[in-house]
Design a protein around this ligand. Structure first.
Ligand code: F6R
Length: 609
C-alpha cells in the first residue's frame, strides 16, 4: 500500500501535495517524493524517510511556483526504501513522471523487454517500468499512450502521471487500487483516499475500475480503456478526516480485517506464476539446498508465532521434515539444535521485533540458513536473513494484527507447496489442486467476512464474560491460540487456548456454571472427538460457542451458540477459521468500550527483549 496525491489548478502545488501526503502517511511512510510540472519541464524531489524529510529537502516547497504536480508516500514492495526507489519515477528522456500504488505483476518481463530496447533502470521498483513504457509508446498523444501502457500492465495499479509536453494536465489511472478525484474551486485533485482531499473540497468523483482521467484547471474528463468518455457521479462526502483515514470504518482494526481478501490476493500473486507454480523469486532454496535439510525450525513472537503453529501441519505434510515452532524469546536460551541441516523460518510483520532478531542471529551463528517472512521491506529481519519472502499486507496500524497474521499464514502455505514440489513430493495434479485452493482463499475470506453481523450479536454475550477458553484440535488448536490472543489483547477478557484433548488434564477444574468455552471444529476427521470435548465441558456447566462450517452445523446443535462458516474452510482452514474469531474479538472489545486500535500496555513493534 502506498499513497498517491496529485493537483492541477491555480494554487502552488507543492505545499498542497505535501499536506496531502501527510494525510496519507498511514498508507506507507518509508520514502516520499513529488514531481512538479510547468513550461520548463518536470522537477522532481524524492528521498527515503518520512514526509517531513521530503519537506525539509524541498524547504517546505514554498519556492516552487508550479501549479501542477503529483506526490507519493511509499510502502516498499519491490526494492528497499531508498532515495532511488522513491517515487515519482521519471522516464529516461525526462518526459514522463509517474507515481504508482499497487503491484505490477508482469514487471520483470516488461523490464526485460525495455532493457533490451536500451532503456536504463535506475531503481529496483516494479513501478519504473510504467515511466519507460510511456516513453517507448509515446507518439504525441498522452491519453492514447496511457491507454496502450495500461493494456500492457498486469496487476493492481493506481497511477498519477505528468507529461512535460502537457504541463497543464494531470493524468490518473485506476485499476484495482483506490483513486478518487476531488473537484475544488481552484482546480482538481487526485488521491488514494479522500483523506487528502477533504481539507480542500467535499466534492469527489470515485474512479471505477479501468477509468483513465485527464484533469485540468477547469475540467475532469474520465474515459474508459477504449477512450470513450464515461459519466461518473459527483459525490458529497460528509466524513471527517479521521473517519476517512479509516476508510469509513470505526477502527483501523476493522478496516484491516476487511482488507484481508485483497492483501491475501496480493501476497499470493507475488509468488504464483501464470502456470500455477509457486515461484519464490530471489530465494535460494534450490533442490540441492532442500534435500540437505533435516528439519525446519520456525521462530517468532505473539501472533507471528501462532502463524508458525498454523503453517506447521501443512509444511510437515509437504516436506516430510519435522517442523518445530519456537517462541523467539525462548529459543536462544535452550541451546537450540539448529545447524547447517536446519532451515530456520523467522516470521515478523514489523521485521523489528528484538526477540525475533536475536533468535535469527542465534540460528545464523549455528550455521542455519534463515528464511524470513516479513511485511516491511528493508526491515532489520529482512536485511539480516539469507532469504526473504514479503507478505503484502501493507501498513498495519491497529496494534492487534489481523491482515499481517493471515498473510503470514498464506505465505507459509505457499512455502509448503513450493518445498513439496521441489522435493518431488507433490505431483503436477496435487500441485494444481493446492494452487487452485490457494487462489480461492481471498473469495473464501470474503464470504467469511459476511459473518460480521453474526459475530457482533454473539459478542454481546461474550462481552459479559471475564474468562474464556478456546479449544481445538490439529490446526484448530493453532487458530485457538490466535483467537484467544485477539480476544484478550483488545477486550481484556482473560482467555486461554488448549488442544481440545488437553483441557481435561487440569484446566477443566476451572470450568463451572457459565464458563465460556469456544470450540473450534473445522476438521472432518476430528468432529467426533470435538463433540466429546464439548460434552465434557457442558457437563460441568460451560456455555459453549462452537465455530464450525455449514457441513457440520447439525452435529454441534447441543452448543449454546453456533458461529457457522458459510463455506467449507478446506485445506487452508487456518485462514478462514481465524476471520470470524477476529470479528468476534473486535465486536466484543467494542461492546466493552475498549480502545481497540491502541490496547493498553501494548506497542505495535516490540523492540526490547
Ligand atoms: C498480536 C500482535 C503481536 C505480534 C508480535 C510480533 O496481535 O500483533 O503478538 O504478532 O509482537 O510482532 P512482529 O510480527 O512485528 O514481529
Amino acid at each position: 500500500m502506498c499513497g498517491i496525491v496529485g493537483y492541477v489548478g491555480e494554487l502552488p502545488a507543492a505545499p498542497l501535495l505535501l499536506q496531502g501526503l501527510k494525510r496519507l502517511e498511514y498508507r506507507g511512510y518509508d520514502s516520499a517524493g513529488i514531481a512538479l510540472a510547468n513550461q520548463k519541464g518536470l522537477e522532481v524531489y524524492r528521498c527515503s524517510g518520512r514526509i517531513q524529510q521530503l519537506e525539509g529537502a524541498m524547504e517546505g516547497g514554498t519556492h516552487c511556483t508550479q501549479t501542477v504536480g503529483i506526490g507519493h508516500t511509499r510502502w516498499a514492495t519491490h526494492g528497499k526504501p531508498s532515495d532511488r526507489n522513491a517515487h515519482p519515477h521519471v522516464s529516461g528522456d525526462g518526459r514522463f513522471a509517474v507515481v504508482h500504488n499497487g503491484i505490477i505483476e508482469n514487471y520483470l518481463s516488461l523490464k526485460g523487454e525495455l532493457s533490451e530496447k536500451g532503456y536504463t533502470f535506475t531503481s529496483d521498483t516494479d513501478s519504473e517500468v510504467v515511466a519507460h513504457l510511456l516513453a517507448l509508446l509515446y507518439k504525441g498523444d498522452v491519453l492514447d499512450t496511457i491507454r496502450q501502457v495500461v493494456a500492457r500492465l498486469r496487476g493492481s495499479f493506481a497511477l498519477g502521471i505528468l507529461c512535460a509536453d502537457t504541463p497543464g494536465c494531470l493524468y490518473a489511472v485506476k485499476n484495482a487500487s483506490p483513486l478518487v478525484i476531488g473537484v475544488t474551486e481552484t482546480g482538481c485533485l487526485i488521491a488514494s483516499d479522500v483523506t487528502a482531499i477533504l481539507p480542500h473540497t467535499r466534492r469527489i468523483i470515485r474512479m471505477e475500475e479501468g477509468d483513465i482521467a485527464r484533469l485540468t484547471i477547469g475540467a475532469a474528463t474520465v474515459t474508459d480503456q477504449t477512450g470513450h468518455p464515461v459519466q461518473r457521479a459527483m459525490e458529497q462526502v460528509d466524513w471527517d478526516v479521521e473517519a476517512a483515514e479509516k476508510g469509513g470504518y470505526a477502527h483501523f482494526m476493522l478496516k484491516e480485517i476487511m482488507e484481508q481478501p485483497r492483501v491475501l490476493e496480493d501476497t499470493m500473486a507475488s509468488c504464483l506464476d501464470q502456470n500455477g507454480e509457486v515461484v519464490l523469486e530471489g530465494v535460494g532454496l534450490t533442490e540441492a539446498v532442500l534435500h540437505r535439510l533435516r528439519r525446519i525450525t520456525v521462530v517468532a513472537c505473539g501472533s507471528a508465532y501462532h502463524a508458525g503453529m498454523a503453517g506447521r501441519y501443512f509444511i510437515e505434510q509437504m516436506t516430510g521434515l519435522p517442523v518445530e515452532v519456537d517462541i523467539a524469546s525462548e529459543f536462544r536460551y535452550r541451546d537450540p539444535l539448529v545447524d547447517e541441516h536446519t532451515l530456520t523460518v523467522v516470521i515478523s510483520q514489523s521485521g523489528e521485533t528484538a526477540d525475533t532478531l536475536a533468535a535469527l542471529r542465534e540460528a545464523k551463528a549455528r550455521g542455519s540458513r534463515v528464511l524470513a517472512i516479513v511485511n516491511v521491506v528493508g526491515s532489520s529481519v529482512a536485511n539480516e536473513s539469507d532469504d526473504v519472502l514479503y507478505t503484502r499486507a501493507g501498513p498495519e496500524i491497529a496494534v492487534a494484527t489481523t491482515k499481517g497474521y493471515t498473510t503470514q499464514v498464506a505465505m507459509l502455505y505457499m512455502l509448503g507447496v513450493y518445498m513439496g514440489r521441489r522435493l518431488g513430493r507433490l505431483t503436477v495434479e496435487q500441485n494444481a489442486a493446492y494452487v487452485r485452493e490457494l487462489r480461492d482463499l481471498p473469495a473464501l475470506v470474503e464470504r467469511c467476512l459476511t459473518m460480521a453481523e453474526e459475530a457482533r450479536t454473539l459478542a454481546e454475550t461474550v462481552s459479559q464474560h471475564e474468562h474464556a477458553y478456546f479449544i481445538g484440535r490439529h490446526v484448530d488448536y493453532a487458530v485457538a491460540l490466535e483467537a484467544s490472543l485477539k480476544l484478550k489483547e483488545i477486550s481484556y477478557i482473560h482467555a486461554e487456548s488448549y488442544g481440545a484433548g488437553e483441557l481435561k488434564h487440569g484446566t477443566i477444574s476451572l470450568v463451572e456454571e457459565g464458563t465460556l468455552v469456544v470450540a473450534l471444529a473445522s476438521r472432518e476427521e476430528l468432529v467426533a472427538k470435538m463433540l466429546s470435548n464439548i460434552k465434557e465441558v457442558k457437563a460441568r456447566g460451560a456455555t459453549v460457542l462452537t465455530v464450525t462450517d455449514c457441513a457440520h452445523r447439525d452435529m454441534f446443535r447441543e452448543s449454546d451458540a453456533l458461529l457457522t462458516l458459510p463455506v467449507s474452510p478446506g485445506t487452508f482452514a487456518a485462514i478462514p477459521m481465524t476471520v470470524p474469531m477476529q470479528l468476534l474479538a473486535y465486536y466484543t472489545a467494542l461492546a466493552r468500550g475498549c480502545d481497540i486500535d491502541k490496547p493498553r500496555n501494548l506497542a505495535k513493534s516490540v523492540t526490547v527483549e
